[in-house]
Design a protein around this ligand. Structure first.
Ligand code: EPU
Length: 426
């Protein structure tokens, strides 16, 4: 019920420090279950999806200690053989990584079907295909996936489609299987490489992560490790667009510029100045941007997780822009909300057509999912009026202190809790 209230029209300036990557963290945290010693994870983002992951680990019996805001010590040794609690698993997509990790640890696992953002149909057939190929049996009953295997055997897994989650589950399942596993048509996102690096630092033998083919030689044990999670390229891209949309000038720090290339090149194409340094990028917004065409694709293509934010920027560009969503069936639910703010955007299946307008106006809107919420923040920051964004729990699932970071850059954004909203209304 909490809201963000944005009094828009302020240029973003100064600098912002990007947090650790959500989609790497939600894979690496359950991966600690595979270790037979404690692990220390650094640069962990302080976001609700991580909180849920840690609650699941604690419910299972792990000893989880926060060493500071972004460093966590996880001792997986006390974990008990029990089902993953229903409500926790249902509240995030990445809970499916407990399938492979608990299967590896106990020879079976019971994990409720995952939740997460509604972006259209999100089947799990490729995950189940990989478990079956490795020799596991599964059933789905009463909304829970039950999976078991006395031993997992290395095998060949040619995925029918590129899936981040299924690639990660295949790596987590195969890492301790008997013999060699070859994953073909693997996803290549930076978080796939990050997970492979973490597992290798624990003693795994994984080669080829970041390419189409990943080779894994199973090992019998994984030891503890101390590991720093990579910066979040989607959070970085979101701030880059926010700076551009407010005609600001700011340094985005703690990034890997290479991971941002698909975003950087699109921003440059429409007229945003982006300067790259070793571990930061400076963005200078000019206004008066050109229209463009965007098609989202698996990495290294333009990321689907940046599509709503980029669309928000294109609502203010000159001429007609076209967005083709190449990953999910329903990732334009934010269009209705942007229209409330005066955007001219029409959606036809997996394509959106945006006619640039002169300006947007503040309005009451709802975050329909995580990245849709980020798009509404960007739209709100770029207009002169007041924008109230409801359902910000979606945003807090994946952005670490978004409002605080924006305030430090000059934005007028406050979070109002529900009780405060009522108090102000009476
Ligand atoms: N798909 C299948 N069968 C499967 C798995 C996926 O058909 O078994 C399809 C999906 O329906 C989709 C496509 O394959 O059309 C790609 O889905 P993918 O499995 O790659 O997505 P995911 O693992 O469910 C992760 C991120 C998403 C991000 C996508 C694509 C996590 C926890 N989530 O989801 O992140 O959009 O990869 O990059 O890593 C976000 O952060 O906002 C977010 C939604």
């Amino acid at each position: 019920m909490d809201k963000y209230i944005i009094n828009g029209g302020k240029r973003l300036t100064g600098e912002v420090e990007i947090s650790g990557a959500k989609n790497a963290a939600v894979a690496i945290i359950p991966a600690t279950i595979l270790a037979d010693e404690p692990c220390i994870l650094e640069n962990v983002p302080s976001i609700n999806d991580v909180t849920i992951d840690l609650r699941i680990l604690r419910e299972l019996g792990a000893d989880v200690k926060m060493l500071n805001r972004n460093t966590i010590r996880i001792d997986p040794r006390p974990i008990r053989d029990m089902p993953v609690p229903y409500e926790l698993a249902r509240s995030m997509r990445a809970s499916y990584y407990f399938l492979s990790t608990l299967l590896n640890r106990f020879g079976h696992a019971q994990v409720p079907m995952p939740g997460g953002c509604y972006l259209g149909d999100r089947p799990m057939d490729q995950h189940l295909k990989c478990f079956r190929s490795l020799g596991a049996k599964y059933s789905i009953e009463h909304g829970v996936v039950n999976i078991e295997a006395d031993t997992l055997y290395g095998t060949h897994i040619p995925f029918d489609k590129v899936s981040v989650g299924a690639t990660i589950n295949a790596m987590l399942a195969a890492v301790k299987a008997e013999g060699q596993t070859i994953i073909e048509n693997a996803a290549k996102e930076p978080h796939i490489v990050d997970l492979a690096n973490f597992l290798n630092s624990m003693g795994a033998d994984i080669m080829g992560a970041g390419t189409d083919v990943i080779k894994i030689k199973g090992v019998s044990r994984l030891h503890g490790a101390e590991y720093a999670i990579i910066p979040d390229q989607i959070e970085a891209g979101t701030f880059m667009i926010a700076v551009a949309a407010t005609k600001g000038d700011a340094l985005i720090k703690n990034v890997i510029p290479k991971h941002l290339e698909p975003i950087t090149s699109k921003l440059r194409k429409i007229g945003v100045v982006v300067m790259e340094y070793d571990d930061s990028v400076r963005v200078i917004g000019q206004g008066n941007y050109e229209h463009t065409m965007v098609r989202t694709m698996p990495h290294p293509g333009f990321p689907t997780d940046m599509q709503p934010q980029f669309a928000a920027l294109l609502t203010l560009a000159n001429g007609t822009s076209i967005i083709n969503e190449g990953i999910f069936d329903n990732r334009f639910r934010y269009a209705d909300e942007l229209r409330r703010m005066g955007a001219d955007i029409s959606v036809d299946g997996k394509m959106a057509i945006i006619e640039g307008v002169d300006h947007l106006t503040g309005a009451p809107v709802k975050a329909t999912d995580l990245r849709a919420g980020a798009a509404l923040i960007i739209a709100g920051l770029s207009t002169d009026g007041v924008t109230e964004i409801e359902d910000i729990y979606h945003i807090e699932r994946g952005y670490d202190n978004m409002d605080g970071k924006l305030r430090a850059m000059g934005a007028d954004i406050v979070k109002r809790t529900f009780s405060e909203s009522i108090r102000q209304a009476i």
